[in-house]
Write a protein that binds this ligand. Structure first.
Ligand SMILES: Nc1ncnc2c1ncn2[C@@H]1O[C@H](COP(=O)(O)OP(=O)(O)O)[C@@H](O)[C@H]1O
Ligand SMILES: CC(=O)N[C@@H](CCC(=O)OP(=O)(O)O)C(=O)O
Length: 301
């Protein structure tokens, strides 16, 4: 080493950038859909890190598209209004009042909060919901069988205004992305029947990733990834593995729509879907630009 060699800590920073080079080259021009879950949103410092990551992706020529959740935040607003939340297989039973509150919290409060964080990190974002410019047409999903909370007797439950995307018109996303703007999307859609539908945010992100032919779908949540029965992280899964985990009860609750989304997305052509720990600072950058993978990667198998 010569006398004017940089100190080791500086050198390590340069090495990190060099390590990122092949990934920067590989992903230039690619689209990454990032689902930011309600549970991952609690901490303001982590929210700032998340916004910085998204802005950095845009700055290096990747097109990030953010789809956000807000389940816990809808739950607390409903609680303030004296309405109890009920979930069946990770989906909120949504009557007309709940649908109204969900849209207020998702498209009003959380959507604009994320747009603000991205702005503060030096990026430009526009917040929309699936209702804007015909982005997402939703259809009511069929009911499910679930035990009655009081009697425990299993019966058919109508989920109300819970929809699934049946058509995605990508034009508004393309328009924003090509103008240097990061789209931030709330999981609400307009039904062909004119009703507003509450859509699980993972399902929404998967449908958008599929319509965009995204290279990656990242689902940021509040666990390290998919955990096995022994609590160990499952780093790589195929659609067939996921079928087995569902059958033997290893996965439950919100992890069910999350993994269903991963399977649908990779089967529709998305290269890989990754469940990432949103509690880890800069989890997304570490996953994308370093050799250390994180979380659970779902590939085509
Ligand atoms: N096998 C599993 N591994 C990890 N998490 C699981 C598993 N089965 C169920 N879960 C639950 O799924 C949750 C993640 O889904 P969800 O609460 O909907 O997150 P988000 O709000 O981020 O979308 C975890 O917090 C955990 O409680
Ligand atoms: C139908 C349905 O369950 N919709 C979700 C939408 C928000 C969401 O999915 O938020 P997270 O990603 O933070 O869980 C809900 O009402 O909670």
């Amino acid at each position: 080493m010569t006398d004017n060699a940089p100190p080791p800590a500086m050198l390590a920073k340069a090495e990190t950038l060099v390590e990122a080079l092949p990934y920067l080259q590989r992903y230039a021009g690619a689209t990454f859909v990032v689902k930011y879950g309600g549970h991952a949103m609690g901490d303001p410092e982590l929210a700032r890190d998340f916004a910085e990551d998204v802005v950095l992706l845009k700055a290096v020529g990747i097109n990030p598209v953010v789809v956000h959740g807000g389940g816990p935040q809808i739950g607390s607003m409903l609680k303030r209004l004296g309405v109890e939340s009920r979930f069946v297989d990770g989906l909120r039973v949504t009557d007309a009042e709940t649908a109204e509150v969900a849209e207020m919290v998702l498209a009003g409060k959380i959507n604009k909060e994320i747009v603000g964080w991205i702005g503060a990190a030096g990026g430009r974002a526009v917040g929309i919901s699936g209702k804007d410019a015909g982005l997402v047409v939703a259809e009511k999903i069929g009911g499910k069988r679930a035990p009655n909370p009081d009697s425990g007797i299993e019966r058919h439950v109508d989920l109300g205004f819970v929809g699934e995307p049946v058509r995605v018109d990508r034009k508004i996303i393309d328009t924003l992305s090509s103008a240097g703007i990061i789209p931030v999307i709330a999981p609400v859609g307009l039904g062909v029947d004119g009703h507003t539908y509450n859509i699980n945010a993972d399902t929404m992100a998967g449908a958008i990733a599929a319509a965009l032919g995204a290279s990656r779908l990242f689902l940021l949540t509040d666990v390290a990834g998919v955990l096995g029965k022994d609590g160990a992280l499952l780093t790589d899964l195929t659609p067939a593995d996921i079928g087995r985990l569902r059958e033997d009860g290893t996965i439950s609750g919100g992890m069910i729509p999350k993994l269903d989304t991963c399977v649908t997305a990779v089967e529709a052509g998305v290269d890989a879907a990754v469940i990432l720990d949103g509690r880890v600072p800069h989890a997304m950058l570490l996953e994308i630009f370093t050799r250390r993978g994180a979380g659970t990667l779902v590939g085509r198998g």
